[in-house]
Design a binder for this molecule. Structure first.
Ligand code: ARG
Length: 259
């Protein structure tokens, strides 16, 4: 009797799971609205971060933009925090429907995931202590340079290393890079401009300079699992938001200027 019951329960659960697993594994119904799971690395103000002390909610430009588009498409958004280096894998394994983390659509990533159009452009910056005397790439000779693991700033560091002898160190989270800089374990860190400027404004002992690159190559786009039907849907809404000024409004809200 007990065995039969367990068997029955197992069957019911299997059917239930199979039903959830139809198209998008992570898309689940909540109330009458479907939920999209967005993976992010919430270490990246003003794109995605947690205002510690105020709430444990993840906020930022990317979150607002994703919520806006998801809403227009009739979805609710659930945000899931993880290390930047795990984002692509979270899409591949079906743990998330999209990833938004100021992520640049590089050729290498495009082998594993699809990207929307670019929604914001960026530059690399070298951040160091004001009194370090580091003002040009040449000044980095013999220095320890920190980067976020799996970021294009890590690639940039490798590129710099071909010209200037630097030691590259990586960390999973951006605030760790800043900590290591402040404690003197790192001489410099490569961080994208908007995020770097935020830290420099807050931490008076830090300064920064831009390493020029084609801004288009360092822009941000939304990532989706390969062949997701969301890519085209998000692109369509993104285009409308670019045209009707909604995107600019979010830029002004989070970056304080138009771009
Ligand atoms: N744009 C860079 C990249 O794609 C860095 C993004 C880091 N994002 C973050 N949320 N920590 O590699």
């Amino acid at each position: 009797m007990k065995k039969a019951l367990i068997l029955l329960l197992t069957m019911v659960m299997a059917v239930g799971l199979a039903a959830c697993g139809t198209s998008d594994k992570s898309t689940k119904a909540s109330g009458d609205k479907k939920v999209l799971v967005m993976a992010t690395s919430a270490d990246y103000a003003p794109f995605e971060y947690i205002e510690t002390g105020k709430s444990d909610e993840i906020i930022g430009f990317d979150v607002d933009l994703a919520k806006a588009i998801a809403g227009k498409l009739g979805f609710k958004l659930q945000v899931k925090d993880m290390d930047f280096n795990g984002l692509v894998q979270s899409l591949k394994s079906g743990q998330a429907d999209l990833a938004m983390a100021g992520m640049t659509p590089t050729p290498k990533r495009k082998k594993n995931v699809d990207f929307s159009d670019i929604y914001y452009s960026a530059q690399h910056m070298i951040v160091s202590k004001k009194d370090s005397g580091i003002k040009t790439l040449e000044d980095l000779k013999g220095k320890t340079v920190g980067v976020q693991l799996g970021s294009i700033q890590e690639n940039k560091a490798k590129e710099i290393k071909k010209q200037v002898a630097i030691k590259i160190e990586d960390r999973n989270r951006i605030p760790d890079l800043i900590q290591e800089l402040k404690s003197g374990r790192f001489d410099a860190a490569i961080i994208e401009d908007t995020v770097a400027k935020g830290y420099v404004a807050k931490e008076k002992d830090l300064s920064e300079f831009t390493v020029s690159d084609d801004p288009k190559e360092v822009g941000s786009a939304i990532a989706f699992p390969k062949n997701s039907d969301l890519t085209a849907k998000f692109n369509k809404e993104l285009k409308i938001m670019k045209e009707n000024g909604e995107l600019d409004q979010l830029v002004v809200k989070w970056f304080g200027k138009e771009k």
